[in-house]
Design a protein around this ligand. Structure first.
Ligand code: SF4
Length: 248
């Protein structure tokens, strides 16, 4: 209970203020009084407005020291714990998930996107000497290239994704991509761990695969004896005709 008895007792004043702000008949029972500060309290009233279940009217009132005059500061409709409210606002950029882009959509990188660095500044981590591979990009038209962080993020994503070693198809593969004749090598730092599958019969054709990924279409895969086509017995020449059968 607030320490200011005069403000606590001013329920009628607060209700009159709420009635003045709300649609007729939408201010319900007095719920509670809350102390917001010295000589500053809020009276809460149930909201009877259709569609506003769990909301309440909050009327803030105060008075000056040594004064009996009550001032209505504010009347607002607020959601209670059980109120139905809209989900928190999510910026457009954060709502887009990988694979959401449609033809014509534009999604530029952030200005401070850690995944990209100017091509002249690209190097490997703490190395002072620019990486030779990226140095080749200078003058070739690419203004930005993957940063060390961007490369590691991509590597982690690929390694843990469906083209990594933990994918179910890789768990039962007859061989790993690193030893597969269908794997095309990449260039640059990521080439030490990844390649591209170029087997048109494989699920991962055209995708980046980790060296320790694999599938049953590995170039060295061979059918086991049990799975091989069984040799059929010699054919039997059947000379019996239908008339002969019916004549029996
Ligand atoms: S065919 Fe299979 S094992 Fe070979 S590169 Fe493609 S995914 Fe890897």
């Amino acid at each position: 209970m607030p320490t200011d008895a005069q403000l606590s007792a001013a329920v009628d004043t607060a209700r009159a203020a709420a009635d003045g702000a709300a649609d007729a008949g939408t201010v319900g029972d007095h719920l509670r009084v809350v102390e917001d500060g010295e000589r500053l309290v809020s009276h809460h009233f149930a909201c009877l407005k259709p569609g506003y279940t769990g909301w309440y009217w909050s009327v803030s009132i105060s008075r000056a020291p040594e004064s009996d005059e009550i001032t209505v500061n504010d009347v607002v409709l607020l959601p209670g714990d059980d109120a139905i409210v809209a989900p928190a606002w999510t910026p457009y950029r954060d709502r887009i998930r990988p694979g959401d882009l449609s033809p014509g959509d534009v999604l530029p990188p952030d200005e401070d996107d850690a995944r990209l660095v100017p091509s002249w500044a690209a190097g490997d981590g703490d190395e002072q000497t620019p990486d030779r591979f990226f140095a080749r990009e200078v003058g070739l038209g690419r203004e930005w290239v993957l940063s060390f962080e961007g490369r590691e993020m991509a590597a982690e994503r690929w390694q843990e994704g469906d083209q990594g070693p933990d994918a179910p198809i890789a768990q039962q593969a007859s061989g790993v991509c690193h030893s597969c004749g269908f794997m095309v090598s990449l260039a640059g730092p990521l080439s030490e761990r990844f390649g591209v599958c170029a087997n048109g019969m494989a699920n991962d054709d055209g995708r980046v695969v980790s060296f320790d990924h694999g599938c049953g279409a590995h170039s060295g895969a061979r059918l086991s004896r049990a799975a091989s086509a069984q040799k059929l017995p010699d054919p039997v020449f059947d000379t019996l005709t239908r008339d002969e059968v019916e004549g029996l």
